[in-house]
Write a protein that binds this ligand. Structure first.
Ligand code: NAP
Length: 335
């Protein structure tokens, strides 16, 4: 059986997901696309896909069995609620939403529906290296995790993003989610430290150091550098009571020549996490075909949103900003 999918938002990642859904993965067909700019949707539409003028029309279409949301964050809530209302499984790129209230509304709608429909695009959980790292921590031979150091470096960001909003709303959510998942913990408070501003980015507020305080007492130390210049560099190391487990740097061909010995660094997230995105969708297709969702849930989207909100407050206050979560709804107990 082939799952007929509609893709909303045909920008950078929307086009990349359309490519993997049409050229890499099986059991799925992109049957519909929509974007604010119709010409962009038309250009991205695979042969035979219907182009819709609005996300609402795409979600309501009888042809569309499941939805992939790749629009920008502030549009996600309305599109998610429409998918839940239509009872259609939906993959939503991170950030799931951009406010706590919106996250609560999405969880309330899904809980009222009574079955999981939402998977959030935290692709690191599908990366083989992160999965192996988690298996070591869960195996328990190193003892309880005490400190996790997460490094998240992007080569550059588009001009015009000057504040902390993008690094914390769009970037930190990945580190928040992977920390919660790796450590099987919840974040209860956030501090932000602002080192000297990098002169490379003009007025850009970069880098950030974010400390996540976990319920267990473990602390996560996150470096977010969104304009580091040299490439996309993701690292992680967990210090436990009896040892350390680290994410390996991705193996790449080692070139030796007159300039020395070196390996290339991925240009961006598409290259570093290409297999993780493929696996993320492989698992989503199976669950969506059964009318449900597995993987990162709306609860995980909610938790990451709370961390981003607290981090933004911490930038303003300079203080340790506490996080209070609602009781976990039973729907998400296993997630
Ligand atoms: P992008 O290139 O700006 O693409 C977003 C597209 O959605 C644009 O064509 C945009 O049109 C369109 N759009 C915005 N609001 C819409 C709406 N209400 N209805 C329909 N279309 C709408 O951004 P992107 O880099 O692809 O990012 C898209 C989402 O993916 C973001 O939430 C981002 O955080 C996430 N993302 C995730 C990862 C990951 O690693 N998982 C990586 C990159 C991006 P306009 O440009 O005209 O507004």
């Amino acid at each position: 059986m082939t799952l007929k999918v509609g893709v909303i938002g045909t920008g950078m990642i929307g086009q990349d997901h359309i490519r993997r859904l049409t050229k890499v993965l099986s059991g799925v067909e992109v049957a519909a696309v929509a974007d604010i700019a119709r010409d962009r949707a038309e250009a991205a539409a695979p042969e035979g896909a219907e182009v819709f003028d609005t996300p609402e029309a795409l979600i309501a279409s009888d042809t569309v069995e499941a939805v992939v949301i790749c629009s920008w964050g502030p549009a996600h809530e309305e599109q998610l609620l429409a998918c839940i209302d239509a009872g259609k499984p939906v993959f939503c790129e991170k950030p799931m939403v951009t406010s706590e209230e919106a996250a609560l509304r999405v969880m309330a709608a899904e809980t009222a529906f009574g079955r999981r429909l939402v998977q959030v695009g935290f692709m690191r959980r599908f990366d083989a290296d992160y999965r192996r790292l988690k298996a070591v921590i869960d195996g328990g031979t190193l003892g309880a995790p005490l400190i996790y150091k997460s490094i998240h470096r992007n080569a550059s960001v588009p001009e015009g993003l000057y504040t902390s909003e993008m690094p914390l709303n769009d970037t930190l959510v990945h580190d928040a989610d992977i920390s919660r998942w790796l450590l099987s913990d919840e974040v209860t408070g956030v501090e932000v430290r602002l080192p000297r501003r990098s002169t490379r980015g003009g007025e850009l507020r970069d880098p950030h150091i974010v400390l996540l305080h976990c319920a267990s007492g473990a602390i996560v130390d996150v470096e977010i550098s969104v304009n580091i210049g040299y490439g996309y560099d993701i690292r992680g190391e967990v210090s436990c009571e009896m040892g350390v487990a680290a994410l390996p740097n991705r193996p790449a061909t080692v070139v030796s020549d007159q300039y020395g010995i070196r390996q290339t660094i991925p240009e961006d997230w598409r290259e570093r996490f290409i297999e993780a995105y493929d696996q993320e969708f492989r698992e989503w297709i199976v669950a969506a075909g059964q009318g449900t969702a597995t993987g990162p849930s709306a609860w995980d989207g909610y938790a990451a949103t709370l961390v981003a909100d607290a981090a933004l407050r911490a930038v303003e206050s300079g203080a340790h900003e506490k996080i209070t979560m609602i009781d976990k709804p039973a729907l998400y107990a296993a997630a």
